[in-house]
Design a protein around this ligand. Structure first.
Ligand code: GAR
Length: 218
């Protein structure tokens, strides 16, 4: 069986993209990146893709009259590349319900909180303001409501007494870099199915990998 082909959509520095590129460099990793799309020209992540000789496209949202025209251009580019799974990795545009429906269960996102807590922006500052003790990240299938959808992988990290939003973000980001390649691997290996709006992950490997994520530094 061939490797699952991914399109990765970014808007910025692309450290999660880089984590996926690094994972896919292993010969036994079951997915490969066929296309990287940025809605921002000059996004740092485009350099990671170029270095790995992955085709890139810049599709600037400002070049289109409305969201659905932009999403149609995205859809055309992804469709032409023949990818199996679309991965949002710091892609800071809300996708239209039509796009989300078209890629139903073939569209995943990484979000820097333990959903369903802290949907939206400024997750780390809000978590610190609430005094939570545990933070983390979530990889989930995308649904029309922002930052909702069946959860595939979560990784937790401690919140430490002297954290500010940047320090906490860095600790969560390290967890993201493990969680996203794991979630894509689980999907590519056919271990993820959706039942009653929840993602069910099969297989013994899951238990160990999940436990390891609780200590992303270790
Ligand atoms: C990551 O922390 C990701 O979880 C977040 O943006 C950052 C992108 O970093 N995504 C969102 O907030 C989506 N709502 P990266 O460009 O280095 O991967």
């Amino acid at each position: 069986m061939g490797r699952l082909s991914l399109a990765v959509l970014i808007s910025g520095r692309g450290s999660n993209l880089r984590a996926l590129i690094d994972a896919a460099a292993a010969p036994d990793y079951p997915a490969e990146i066929g296309l990287v799309i940025s809605n921002v020209a000059g996004a740092g992540g485009l350099e990671h893709a170029a270095r790995a000789r992955i085709p890139t496209r810049v599709i600037g949202h400002r070049d289109f009259p409305d969201r659905s025209a932009f999403d149609a251009a995205l859809d055309a580019a992804i469709g032409a590349a023949g990818v199996d799974l679309v991965c949002l990795a710091g892609f800071m545009r809300i996708l239209s319900p039509g796009f989300v429906a078209r890629w139903h269960d073939r569209l995943v996102n990484i979000h820097p909180s333990l959903l369903p807590a802290y949907r939206g922006l400024d997750t780390h500052a809000r978590a610190l303001a609430d005094g939570v003790r545990i933070a983390g990240c979530t990889v989930h299938f995308v649904r029309a409501d922002v930052d909702t959808g069946p959860i595939i992988v979560q990784a937790a990290v401690p919140v430490l007494p002297d954290d500010d939003a940047d320090r906490l973000a860095a600790r969560v980001l390290a967890a993201e870099h493990r969680a996203y390649p794991l979630a894509v691997r689980l999907i590519a290996e056919g271990r993820v199915r959706i039942a009653d709006g929840r993602a069910i992950v099969d297989g013994a490997a899951w238990a160990g990998a999940g436990a390891g994520l609780l200590n992303p530094g270790g």
